[in-house]
Unconditional design. Structure first.
Lengths: 545, 218
């Protein structure tokens, strides 16, 4: 839960900063029931109440309803599970009805309606209440009037409108944030991370994420013949809709990328954006659909269909783990490529020897060196399928040696990557520590600084305990520092521990000075009239190294 | 993300620039294009569904025939099983009375009966000829080509010309202890159908890959 107040250093708790603290809502027990219920259930301004959770679960129920409605139109699915569909419908209507009645009862407490003469009537005729009513009305309607099933299903689709409760406020916020900005800037705010995106950008990202997951699940389920047999047409429709959405997103990114720093040039910037890995992934996500339509006579359809799984890569856009992996691979590439080179060398040599020793005895299995390469890789990697194995003495001896070498050689890249990963995480944590150090220097943490720490901690997947440990460490360092600054030098000198820390601090200050000042002018000035002795200047130069 | 943004006084958007208008135009075109291509994909999907319906109709006919064709009064001699007495005259009148709606097909069947060989000698080729020329299934059309569906040896992803073709395979059980329960082979025109057969029917999709429709006894 985000708080709007600054926190003093002594009150620091990582749970508060990370938003994982169980903040107790400040709601008096002495309130009248209606006020008390409103405060707990619907008031958006009270941190720690159930309003956000209620909104979230209602939102999830609406989305699930949408999927259920889609499956209701598939006779093969609906006919088999009619009772479950009916039970879910009753449950949904029950929840939505309770929500409607709750809002109706609590309307006199709502800021929007409390000033009206008849708050409940004002609520009933408000657009959101009408939508809520339409979401449940068809269910009750069928109890009194015989309604055609198709009409009923169409009316149930109105439940989707309930999502407007989430989308409309986000849209208003988006308009506020982007007031006076051009269409291109607004599109940029929607599809790229920026301070102008607000909740609308989160909704857009979530929507794209849901589309990706739906699409990937569809591709996976298509490979299950019994499912694909029944839902083939539905899969085709879903694919076309998803590709439509992804194509629009792709165009939006290419069009608005010139608002991004480093992509300002109208043509060059767009070409640069189109070449960026994330945009190439976006293109790969839509390409199979177009290739299938135009080139299905030339290309293998099964390959194209499975290739649609590349859409899963779209999810990496918002995932920092991928960025860390790319960073690690880039940094360690020289070492990894050296290990890979040794591996290739060993594989080719082994395969050649295998061919030499075994070809005579097993011409069908060790037919040529390329076939032997398969055997060499399987042996070196300790996989050992056993479909090809040596039978001659030298061949078997070589296999023993090879198996031992393989363990070491194949482990090198894995170990390199593993250590590089942990190094990278240590570096990132050190950077976060420095960041926290800077943030805490003024003695308190404001909401913006809290957001920075929260984002960084989330990015590095740090637990509450780890953040707490970091905060404590920085807090202690700062305390020590302030202790030294207030002590006279002879007092510091009395304690060796303090003396060492003080010395480190002085060295750090000299290094900072070396970084910030103009080195040439400094040395010129130092030598001028012998302001610094040659020994002093030597120390200065050594510290700067 | 940390940069704070002050809400502006007005919510209006400046007039669209030429670039904005061009983008909106492109987006409209993209929408039309994707909708059009989606419709094309849907049509192709419906063709595959049509192929599946053809195969289902054939499977239903063959399953029904599989249950009756060893009876003495089975009307379609070209597809009859070996237990049928060759000398037994067809009881066409009786079957017409029993199922007047099928009288048209029964009339067609009678022609096949009169020209048929002894039941032991019936081959799949003869039965197929009856199916394609005289049976109620003679009007089936391959949705991809508009012609009578072809019966192929196998579907192949490398040959899109097979789209909509039907593949009938006979399943021969392997001895107990084998790694596979049966061996599948094409039901050739010369294969005898006097004995009961375990068959598998598939239809080739748009890309030439097989879609298994069912397994049944014939």
């Amino acid at each position: 839960m985000e708080t709007n107040k600054s926190i003093a250093l002594k009150d620091i708790d990582a749970r508060v900063i990370l938003g994982s603290a169980d903040i107790e809502a400040d709601i008096s027990r002495d309130l009248p029931l209606r006020k008390w219920m409103y405060a707990w259930m619907l008031d958006p301004h009270i941190p720690g109440n159930h309003q956000k959770a209620l909104e979230k679960w209602i939102g999830i129920l609406i989305v699930v309803n949408l999927f259920v409605l889609l499956f209701e139109h598939v006779p093969a699915v609906f006919d088999l599970h009619k009772e479950w569909f009916h039970a879910f419908d009753i449950l949904s209507v029950a929840v939505f009805t309770v929500e409607y009645l709750l809002r109706l009862y609590l309307a006199p407490e709502d800021e929007e309606f409390k000033a009206r003469r008849n708050a409940r009537l004002a609520y009933v005729v408000s657009p959101f209440a009408l939508i809520d009513f339409l979401a449940v009305a068809p269910f009750y309607l069928q109890a009194f009037i015989p309604v055609d099933l198709r009409v009923l299903r169409f009316l149930r689709l109105l439940r989707i409108l309930k999502l407007f409760r989430i989308v409309i406020p986000a849209y208003h916020e988006f308009l506020m944030l982007n007031a006076g900005r051009t269409l291109r800037q607004r599109i940029h705010a929607l599809v790229f991370d920026s301070p102008y995106g607000g909740k609308m950008q989160v909704i857009f990202d979530t929507f794209i994420g849901i589309c990706v997951l739906m699409s990937v699940i569809a591709v996976v389920m298509e490979s299950v013949q019994s499912v694909n047999y029944i839902l083939n047409i539905q899969f085709i429709i879903l694919d076309a809709v998803v590709v439509g959405i992804f194509t629009i997103e792709y165009c939006m990114r290419i069009y608005s990328c010139v608002e991004e720093p480093g992509f300002r040039n109208s043509i060059g910037g767009r070409i640069k954006q189109a070449q960026s890995p994330s945009t190439v992934i976006d293109l790969l996500a839509i390409l199979p659909f177009f290739l299938e339509v135009f080139l299905h006579h030339v290309l293998d359809l099964r390959f194209l269909r499975v290739f649609r799984l590349s859409r899963l890569l779209k999810l990496t856009r918002g995932n920092d783990a991928t960025q860390i992996l790319v960073k690690v691979l880039t940094r360690e590439w020289p070492v990894i490529s050296a290990a890979a080179f040794i591996m290739v060398l060993l594989v080719v040599l082994t395969a050649s020897l295998g061919y030499l020793f075994e070809h005579e005895a097993q011409p069908d299995k060790f037919e040529n060196i390329p076939t032997s390469i398969y055997w060499a890789v399987v042996t070196l990697a300790s996989v050992g399928y056993g479909d090809i194995s040596p039978v001659t003495g030298p061949g078997r001896f070589m296999t023993v040696v090879l198996a031992f070498i393989g363990i070491g050689i194949f482990a090198i890249p894995a170990a390199l990557l593993s250590s590089a990963f942990s190094d990278e995480l240590v570096k990132e944590r050190d950077a976060l520590k420095r960041n926290i150090y800077e943030i805490m220097k003024d003695g308190h943490i404001d909401p913006t600084e809290m957001a920075t720490i929260r984002n960084e901690a989330n990015r590095l997947h740090l637990s509450v305990e780890e953040v707490n440990a970091l905060l404590q460490m920085v807090h202690q360092d700062l305390a020590k520092e302030s202790e030294f600054t207030h002590l006279p030098i002879h007092k510091i000198a009395e304690k060796t521990e303090f003396a060492v820390e003080h010395y480190k601090q002085l060295l750090s200050q000299i290094r900072q000075l070396g970084l910030l000042t103009d080195a040439e002018k400094f040395e010129h000035r130092a030598l001028d009239n012998g302001r610094l002795s040659s020994q002093e200047l030597e120390i200065w130069k050594n510290l700067k190294k | 993300m940390n940069e704070s943004v002050e809400p502006k006084a007005t919510l209006s958007m400046p007039a669209l620039t030429a670039g904005d208008k061009f983008f909106v135009g492109i987006m409209v075109l993209v929408l039309f294009a994707v909708t059009g291509l989606g419709m094309m994909a849907l049509q192709e999907g419906h063709k595959t569904e049509g192929g599946k319906r053809n195969a289902e109709a054939l499977a239903a006919w063959m399953t029904a025939a599989g249950a009756d064709r060893f009876n003495a009064d089975y009307a379609v001699a070209a597809c009859a099983g070996a237990n049928k007495h060759a000398s037994t005259p067809p009881v066409l009148q009786a079957s017409e009375q029993a199922d007047p709606q099928n009288s048209e097909s029964n009339n067609a069947d009678s022609a096949a009966l009169h020209t048929s060989a002894p039941a032991e000698a019936q081959t799949w080729g003869g039965c197929l000829a009856y199916l394609q020329e005289k049976s109620p299934l003679k009007d089936l059309r391959n949705p991809f080509t508009g012609q009578t569906p072809k019966y192929e040896a196998a579907c192949s992803g490398s040959d899109y010309h097979l789209a909509g073709a039907l593949v009938l395979e006979k399943l021969v059980p392997t001895p107990p202890g084998s790694s596979v329960p049966y061996i599948a082979s094409q039901l050739a025109a010369t294969d005898r159908i006097g004995e009961k057969l375990q068959l598998r029917l598939s239809v080739c999709d748009k890309g030439g890959y097989g879609i298994k429709v069912g397994e049944f006894e014939f």
